[in-house]
Design a protein around this ligand. Structure first.
Ligand code: SF4
Ligand code: SF4
Length: 203
């Protein structure tokens, strides 16, 4: 009985104090609540730093990143669905450029009435093989590999061509005659790994 009276006294005291000091609970969402600096929130792509390699889609354990290649329009679309994302940070940790995607500390922008809007997309130009038409990669990814390799890039004609075209020091090569067999004349063409191997063996 004595204990109950004691507890009631404490509760009343707290309630009386709360009348003047306000509630203990956070006033969110009326007042924004700052997340901790290292909080793993909404992932965001950086258009400039992402090269569109698709590595983040490979490592995402929730499989919430898709890579869609539109060969006709030479466009790659990478889509990240926020409604499936578990904010684990694997995409950021494994991004090849280390800056292509970052987890922000935003947490209150992940509520949607329409789930189809819960996504972010990034688009990149695709480069196709001039012989078989298969995807070589994105233009930005090829540039990134060329820069990373430095002088070693000169061992691969596809990389040299990409660098020369970017530097605008060569004229556009006429389109390849698709009736021709693969051969020596294809050495200085943008080729996928499979066709490059074939050309190197027959050249
Ligand atoms: S550069 Fe990074 S963020 Fe962009 S697709 Fe590759 S792994 Fe993903
Ligand atoms: S944070 Fe994790 S779950 Fe979310 S997109 Fe990145 S890898 Fe996938």
């Amino acid at each position: 009985m004595k204990l109950i009276c004691l507890l009631q006294g404490r509760v009343l005291k707290e309630a009386f104090r709360a009348l003047f000091t306000g509630p203990y609970t956070s006033p969110f969402p009326a007042k924004p609540s700052e997340a901790y600096p290292r909080y793993r929130g909404k992932p965001k792509y950086d258009e400039e730093e992402c090269v569109g390699c698709g590595g983040c889609a490979e490592v995402c354990p929730a499989k919430d990143i898709t890579v869609t290649d539109d060969k006709e329009n030479k466009k790659r679309t990478i889509t990240l669905y926020y409604d499936k994302c578990i904010q684990c940070g694997q995409c950021e940790a494994n991004c090849i450029t280390e800056k292509g995607i970052k987890l922000s500390n935003e947490y209150d922008h992940l509520v949607y009435f329409d789930r189809s809007l819960a996504k972010t997309q990034i688009e990149k130009e695709l480069v196709l093989c001039e012989v078989c038409g298969d995807v070589i990669g994105t233009a930005d990814h090829i540039r990134w590999v060329t820069e990373k390799l430095g002088p070693l890039a000169y061992s691969n004609p596809t990389l040299i061509l990409s660098a020369l075209r970017d530097a605008k020091v060569m004229e556009e090569v006429p389109p390849r005659d698709q009736e021709l067999e693969t051969g020596r004349h294809d050495v200085m063409r943008m080729l996928c790994a499979k066709c490059r191997r074939k050309v190197q063996l027959t050249a």
